[in-house]
Design a protein around this ligand. Structure first.
Ligand code: HEM
Ligand SMILES: *[C@@H]1O[C@H](CO)[C@@H](O)[C@H](O)[C@H]1NC(C)=O
Ligand SMILES: *[C@@H]1O[C@H](CO)[C@@H](O)[C@H](O)[C@H]1NC(C)=O
Ligand SMILES: *[C@@H]1O[C@H](CO)[C@@H](O)[C@H](O)[C@H]1NC(C)=O
Ligand SMILES: *[C@@H]1O[C@H](CO)[C@@H](O)[C@H](O)[C@H]1NC(C)=O
Ligand SMILES: *[C@@H]1O[C@H](CO)[C@@H](O)[C@H](O)[C@H]1NC(C)=O
Length: 516
């Protein structure tokens, strides 16, 4: 496993992935699902996540930038798949107790040290789904809910180029994949990326290293950034890369793909060859889906995340800077909608109806299949009354209702909360007549910091009791707190406001575009 290159994972999102549903009211349907949906759906344009920007275009290598990246001969999308495969393949589905150990649990983070890598296993699965889909494959249903391992898998043994085919098939079999599955899964994986001289000099010779291929990547097929059946076609037809270095290596011992593909007389590879592209993609999506959904017994995966047709984002209470008035603002993201049709927001308090207009001339792709429109809104608290929800409707839309907290109910004030390099300070507002006692409000802080010897960040957590502040504003009392991690924070800081154990609000500080 020491030769496994790891993608530069975008850990800025991890604390948010930790947040459970609770009472957080402005993430729909809850913080975790909202964020994962955002990662899956918002790919192009100004509101795209950096997660997808790292993968697409699919020849990207995100660990380096500019010329060094283009000349590296490495591929982030491919690295995601390989990491997922290596995490998965130590699964044991054949234990005497009938349970599954290992699988996609991010135990791969434990090469050297115990880590607090919460959220990693869902990210490994997500990286696979996004890489396949953004690079030309099908949308594999993405089901969150994996639980990160606290130690390495008990089972060891990842197939290597020199591994004999019987042992390789045994390792796949233990993980629940028979010979045919193993051949097809490997062909599906090996349609992206390369075998590199840097890391595998016994498979790829030094001649592969050039100024424009500094790691000496030998591509599996002629389209290293496309998830397509070409690797199968070039193998059977003996054209192009002829199946790649694990078929053609100068070193016969290292021809693991050839041994695997030939182990049933090329029958499975011929079957894949004869398929339509559509059928090949379905086969790969099914096998890769099985791979990422191989999880230890006891883990219950949640329903697949589906793109939301209507999604309120960044919906929050705050004070308008100029007037000090309380406002509810945000954006309604609409998928599949024509920009010309009218969209309206109705509050449960009464007949207030606001007609929305999309941001002018801005179009964003979503899940590689449609345009997205963002409809900003900003409404004074006084106009909303004591509404507890709002409804979005419009032409060609199935009307949907979303809960909010009442105007004046205790909340984080985003414009009065900041994250600096190592610390966060935050302000909470409560109505002056709420009679809130000082001891009642606390903020749970979760901040990611780098930790040595593992690719996962450590999440530092703390509970901060809030202090009543001197200043008031339009009938509001403020409460303040801060927390210093004394270490560079590497991503968004997650804040959860509680009152006697009950969750009142949730805020992500410093998440930027990627974190909404
Ligand atoms: C017999 C089983 C397998 C063996 C022996 C094997 C071996 C290897 C080796 C030696 C590399 C080169 C890595 C590098 O130079 O960076 C590689 C690359 C890769 N493998 Fe496999 N592999 C196997 C199965 C799979 C499976 C089942 C998948 C995914 C479903 C997969 C996905 C990948 C990908 C995407 C790459 C390209 C990585 C990159 O370009 O950075 N492999 N594999
Ligand atoms: C061929 O590969 C095997 C297994 O990795 C290695 O032990 C051997 O040294 C390699 N031979 C050459 C000539 O590189
Ligand atoms: C399998 O296919 C490869 C590539 O076309 C070919 O070189 C090899 O001889 C075939 N092996 C068998 C057993 O048919
Ligand atoms: C209406 O919605 C469907 C999907 O729900 C979409 O395919 C179609 O393009 C939409 N039509 C318009 C005019 O927005
Ligand atoms: C996203 O990536 C771009 C460059 O690829 C960078 O300029 C930007 O700061 C990143 N945004 C976040 C929120 O990390
Ligand atoms: C949400 O707010 C963040 C931070 O202010 C901003 O960067 C992002 O673009 C907003 N997203 C949407 C969809 O409004």
């Amino acid at each position: 496993m020491s030769r496994l290159s790891q993608p530069n994972l975008l850990f800025l999102l991890l604390p948010a992935l930790l947040a459970s549903g609770g009472g957080a009211m402005f993430f729909y349907p809850d913080p975790q699902a909202s964020l994962l949906e955002h990662l899956l759906v918002d790919h192009g344009g100004a509101r795209a996540t950096n997660f997808s920007a790292a993968i697409s275009p699919c020849t990207n290598y995100v660990t380096e930038v500019g010329e060094p990246s283009r000349n590296s001969g490495r591929t982030t999308a491919a690295q995601w798949l390989r990491v997922a495969f290596h995490d998965f393949v130590t699964a044991d589905t054949t234990t005497a107790a009938g349970t599954i150990t290992g699988g996609i649990d991010a135990s791969i983070g434990f090469e050297t040290a115990r880590a607090e890598n919460k959220g990693m296993s869902d990210l490994i699965a997500l990286g696979t789904v996004m890489s396949v889909h953004l690079c030309g494959g099908k949308a594999i249903p993405y089901r969150p809910g994996r639980i990160d391992a606290l130690h390495a898998d008990p089972t060891t043994g990842v197939p290597e180029p020199e591994t004999g085919v019987d042992e390789t098939l045994e390792e796949f079999g233990r993980a629940g994949f028979n010979r045919q599955d193993a051949i097809a899964l490997t062909a599906c994986g090996h349609t992206l990326g390369s075998v590199h001289h840097g890391g595998f000099p016994e498979v790829v010779g030094p001649e592969a290293v050039t100024p424009t291929n500094t790691n000496g990547g030998s591509n599996f097929d002629s389209t290293r950034g496309a998830f397509d059946p070409l690797v199968v076609h070039e193998y059977i037809d003996s054209t192009g890369s002829r199946g790649g270095a694990l078929v053609t290596s100068f070193n016969e011992t290292a021809r693991s793909d050839l041994r695997l593909y030939e182990s049933d007389g090329n029958q499975t590879m011929r079957g894949l060859y004869d398929m339509t592209t559509e059928a090949f993609q379905d086969t790969c999506a099914e096998l890769l889906g099985r791979m990422i959904d191989t999880v230890p017994s006891g883990v219950r995966l949640r329903d697949a995340i589906a793109p939301m047709a209507i999604k309120p984002v960044n919906v929050t209470w705050d004070f308008n800077g100029e007037t000090d008035r309380l406002v509810l603002s945000g954006n309604i993201r609409i998928l599949w909608g024509a920009p010309t049709v009218t969209k309206v927001v109705t509050f449960s308090s009464g007949d207030l109806v606001t007609s929305l207009s999309p941001e002018p001339e801005k179009r964003y792709t979503a899940y590689g299949m449609s345009d997205t429109y963002f409809y900003p809104f900003s409404i004074p608290g006084s106009a909303i009354g004591d509404a507890t929800s709002f409804t979005v409707s419009g032409d060609n839309l199935t009307t949907q209702t979303f809960p909010i907290s009442r105007a004046g109910q205790t909340f984080f004030v985003p414009s009065m909360s900041t994250a600096t390099g190592t610390s966060a300070s935050f302000t909470v507002a409560s109505s002056t007549d709420s009679g809130l006692g000082e001891e009642r409000l606390a903020v749970q802080v979760a901040a990611p910091v780098a930790q040595p010897l593992t690719l996962a960040p450590k999440i530092v957590t703390a509970t901060v009791n809030l202090i009543k502040a001197e200043d008031t504003k339009s009938g509001f009392q403020f409460w303040k707190g801060s927390y210093d991690v004394y270490q560079q924070v590497t991503g968004a800081i997650s804040l959860t406001l509680t009152q006697g154990g009950e969750t009142l609000d949730h805020l992500l500080l410093g998440a930027g575009v990627a974190g909404w």
